[in-house]
Design a binder for this molecule. Structure first.
Ligand SMILES: Cc1ncc(COP(=O)(O)O)c(C=O)c1O
Length: 409
């Protein structure tokens, strides 16, 4: 499953002179491992362990077995015929990551990292979470594999994602509410990194394709099951590849997971959808690739949002899982190389797309995934009827019901 050596090197890997076998964690000028000296050995040990186990038959068999029997893969590729008809234009397919155990794509990664932590002899794991989906998926993997787990979550997100806080506790994890700064996902990562630095025996399960090497490549590899299945499924359904792949981008893991297996298919347009929030002003959105510039955040060189003083900027999105001032380094590379295009969708557009999918297809999507849907709402009517749009439906919206209901009141 994790063996990527049987396919041609991707653009990203070609940009790395040493090639895939000795991947250094650099995507062109982005990525790397910019960590304080206290963490360097810990991070290097994880990189070495990942390199050792990623293609090992026993590790891969265990990972695949959990994906099938615990996560519930493969997830369906659903032809959203009603939505396609209502919008006019292209034929729209949804890759149903909302049907995974726990309701989102995050679990593909947490089971992989938790298995790696076990192989490394770790007994304690930590995680950050925004929407709570990564926290829940980490808590569940910890329960399954007998690991002790603490999840750090911004106080703002604790408030808007109560259900997931209760789920994490039910699964046996401790949840720590982080009140510093904007009390969001960035502060949760800051706190998890601080705790990790003080105790390197802990394994930090990072929830997206962000952070120092090997996290961006490791999380991408674990999530690439999304694109591998989708590629096979669309070929079976249509006899050809899609014209567009759309996915929302917070840190960028569901998008990387969907995009990666299509990377060499130049006829497939890859489109990442960032949270445009309430407008283009600083603090009103979390669109790092659209409005940001390259810099260092959480151990990696990538696009990020900063204020005039160079400080990491406050961010806003209606969806807690997209509310992050940075983005994975491979997305920065894809943006600059032109292989992927990044656009924004506002809070209001995401909410309208959320309601549209509920009514047209009987599916309640996550607010994060609704950003990708909203891009299809914009794009589809202008496309010929023989075009195919494949949307990564990264999660389900149960977790967002309280927030949306409160907004209606
Ligand atoms: C359902 C869902 N989709 C997307 C995201 C954004 O994360 P990423 O960009 O890493 O896929 C989250 C984050 O919590 C999420 O819960």
């Amino acid at each position: 499953m994790l063996n990527e050596t049987s396919r041609p090197a991707t653009e990203t890997e070609k940009a790395t002179p040493a090639g895939p076998a000795a991947f250094s964690g650099h995507f062109g000028r982005f990525g790397g491992s910019h960590v304080p000296p206290e963490l360097a050995a810990t991070v290097a040990a994880i990189a070495a362990a990942y390199e050792r186990y990623k293609d090992e038959a026993g590790f891969r068999a265990e990972f695949d077995c959990y994906l099938t029997h615990w996560v519930g893969r493969e997830t369906p590729l659903f032809h959203a015929a009603n939505l396609s008809r209502e919008l006019g234009g292209a034929k729209i397919y949804l890759k149903r990551e909302d049907l995974n155990h726990l309701g989102a794509h995050k679990v593909n990664n947490t089971i992989g990292q938790a298995l790696l932590a076990k192989r490394m002899g770790k007994t304690r794991i930590i995680a950050e979470t925004g929407a709570g989906q990564h926290g829940v998926a980490t808590a569940a993997a910890a329960a399954l594999l007998g690991l002790e787990c603490t999840v750090y979550m911004g106080a703002l997100d604790v408030d808007r994602q109560r259900l997931n806080v209760e789920r994490m506790r039910m699964l046996g994890s401790a949840v720590v509410s982080v009140t510093s700064g904007g009390a969001g996902l960035k502060e949760a990562v800051d706190e998890a990194l601080r705790v990790w630095m003080a105790d390197p025996d802990i394994f930090y399960v990072i929830g997206s394709v962000v952070g120092p090497h090997p996290y961006p490549v490791m999380v991408r590899d674990f999530q690439s099951v999304i694109g591998r299945e989708a590629r096979r499924q669309i070929l079976a359904a249509e006899g050809r590849l899609p014209d567009y792949c759309l996915a929302c981008v917070g840190g960028g893991s569901n998008a990387m997971g969907l995009f990666h297996p299509f990377m060499e298919d130049s006829e497939v347009k890859l489109m990442g959808v960032e949270p445009g929030g309430r407008g283009a002003g600083l603090g009103e959105h979390a669109a790092s690739l659209t409005h940001g510039a390259p810099g260092l955040l959480h151990g990696s060189f990538s696009y990020l949002l900063r204020d005039a003083a160079g400080e990491v900027a406050p961010v806003h999105s209606i969806s807690a899982g997209l509310d992050y001032p940075g983005v994975g380094p491979e997305h920065s590379f894809l943006k600059e190389s032109g292989r992927a295009e990044y656009v924004t969708i506002s809070d209001a557009e995401a909410l309208a797309a959320f309601r549209l999918l509920c009514r047209s297809e009987g599916i309640i999507p996550a607010l994060e995934s609704s950003h990708a849907l909203a891009q299809a709402v914009k794009l589809s009517p202008g496309l010929p009827g023989d075009n195919i749009i494949l949307i990564g439906l990264s999660g389900r919206g149960d977790k967002d019901m309280a927030q949306i209901t409160a907004m209606q009141a």
